[in-house]
Design a binder for this molecule. Structure first.
Ligand SMILES: *[C@@H]1O[C@H](CO)[C@@H](O)[C@H](O)[C@H]1NC(C)=O
Ligand SMILES: *[C@@H]1O[C@H](CO)[C@@H](O)[C@H](O)[C@H]1NC(C)=O
Ligand SMILES: *[C@@H]1O[C@H](CO)[C@@H](O)[C@H](O)[C@H]1NC(C)=O
Ligand SMILES: *[C@@H]1O[C@H](CO)[C@@H](O)[C@H](O)[C@H]1NC(C)=O
Ligand SMILES: *[C@@H]1O[C@H](CO)[C@@H](O)[C@H](O)[C@H]1NC(C)=O
Length: 356
């Protein structure tokens, strides 16, 4: 690899660190043996795992709101299985590294050429353990492993790939719905982070050297939790658990970085970025303003219905705001495209703060 290319890559890795970690800048490592790729930034493929923040169309059509109107009205213009009015985290990470968004795993039936930019295995509703979906993260990684064993990607392909792993809290919803106790929660959080760390390591051992994992967003600020205050304030109830999860995750990521010479593990700090955007007084730039930042654009007419649902006669049982661009949250759990764009912009501005 030429010297210049290596510099671009180093710069890029450092950029990723700053952009994604926000807080913790891990020592940059270079990929000394990266060859023969054409991407400007040096990465050729993205493999995504995890939940609805990353899913671009794997959830089952028969059961997922994400395949019903008004999901997808902004992009691609109709429901695509994305849990938003438009693009989601995976799309922005792909554009950041200079490639097209990878196809959802279930599109592979349409032909092998489509896998050029990687594959998205993420599945809405999933976690590391059992949740409401059958496709936990282990199953997603198994699917990736099978494709590698079948020779779909070379070692070199994997070496120049990025993995995005999204875990936004479905394990904790499942814990609550099993009536898990508050006393048992710290131990459960530890087991979730341990399993997550094992999953990251496993993806790494398969040959992917750059792995990005999301920190939990502030779950107490999601519309589901702020509904009771008419979307006026974060409920604070889950905050201690979220902070504990994120601390354990950062420790696990530090440890993984310590243990591996040729790999880089990064934390994408959804906690700090969501918090900053939701606190509209403290924003660094003017293009992230949301009128009523905790209020979702789309919601069911009452608690029996969700965004996208209809009654037995096919009558819409939800309301949608006039302009999704004015909302940070799309539904009870997920940001709008504009919301994800703001997360991305905000993280950029940590690196390139606007001139006074
Ligand atoms: C993931 O799901 C599979 C299939 O249901 C199950 O066998 C496995 O134990 C699960 N993994 C974890 C870590 O819960
Ligand atoms: C959890 O508690 C609720 C209310 O007490 C009860 O209705 C429900 O059956 C319980 N669920 C489980 C899985 O134990
Ligand atoms: C990483 O390694 C350094 C130096 O060996 C050590 O001081 C530090 O405690 C390690 N950190 C973790 C999280 O293992
Ligand atoms: C919002 O930001 C302002 C200015 O930095 C700060 O004083 C305030 O405590 C923040 N509020 C919340 C809820 O974080
Ligand atoms: C929700 O609205 C529907 C239609 O107006 C009504 O039949 C149902 O009882 C309502 N459910 C709740 C929980 O208010």
């Amino acid at each position: 690899m030429g010297k210049q290319k290596k510099h671009i890559l180093l710069f890029h890795l450092l950029f990723l660190h700053l952009l994604l970690a926000g807080v913790q800048v891990v020592e940059s490592k270079s990929h000394h043996h990266l060859h023969g790729q054409n991407q400007v930034h040096g990465f050729s493929k993205l493999f995504a795992f995890g939940d609805s923040y990353a899913d671009t169309g794997n959830s089952a059509k028969s059961t997922s709101d994400s395949w019903h109107e008004p999901y997808g009205i902004t992009f691609p213009g109709k429901p695509s299985g994305r849990w938003s009015d438009g693009r989601v985290l995976t799309d922005y990470v792909a554009s950041f590294i200079g490639i097209k968004s990878p196809i959802p795993r279930q599109w592979m039936k349409y032909g092998p050429k489509l896998v050029k930019f990687g594959i998205n295995f993420a599945y809405g509703g999933s976690g590391v353990f059992e949740t409401s979906t059958p496709v936990n993260m282990t199953v997603q990684i198994n699917s990736f492993q099978q494709l590698i064993q079948q020779g779909l990607y070379t070692k070199k392909d994997l070496y120049s790939s990025v993995a995005l792993v999204s875990l936004a809290g479905n394990d904790y919803n499942a814990y609550a719905s099993r009536n898990g106790t508050a006393e048992g929660l710290p131990a459960f959080i530890s087991s979730v982070v341990n399993q997550l760390a094992l999953n990251l390591k496993r993806i790494n051992v398969m040959g992917v050297k750059t792995i990005i994992v999301t920190a939990l967003p502030p779950l107490d600020c999601l519309p589901l939790r702020t509904l009771s205050s008419s979307f006026q304030q974060c409920s604070e109830t889950d905050n201690a658990g979220v902070i504990f999860h994120n601390q354990l995750l950062q420790q696990a990521v530090d440890k993984l970085n310590n243990q591996s010479k040729d790999s880089t593990f990064l934390t994408l700090d959804l906690y700090r970025s969501f918090k900053t955007i939701l606190n509209q007084t403290a924003l660094p730039a003017g293009n992230m303003k949301f009128d009523d930042p905790l209020k979702p654009c789309c919601m069911g007419v009452n608690s029996s219905y969700s965004c996208g649902s209809k009654d037995e006669n096919g009558v819409r049982m939800y309301t949608v705001c006039k302009n999704p661009k004015t909302a940070f949250f799309w539904d009870m759990f997920h940001p709008t495209q504009e919301g994800w764009k703001a997360v991305r912009l905000l993280l950029d501005s940590y690196l390139f703060p606007p001139k006074p």
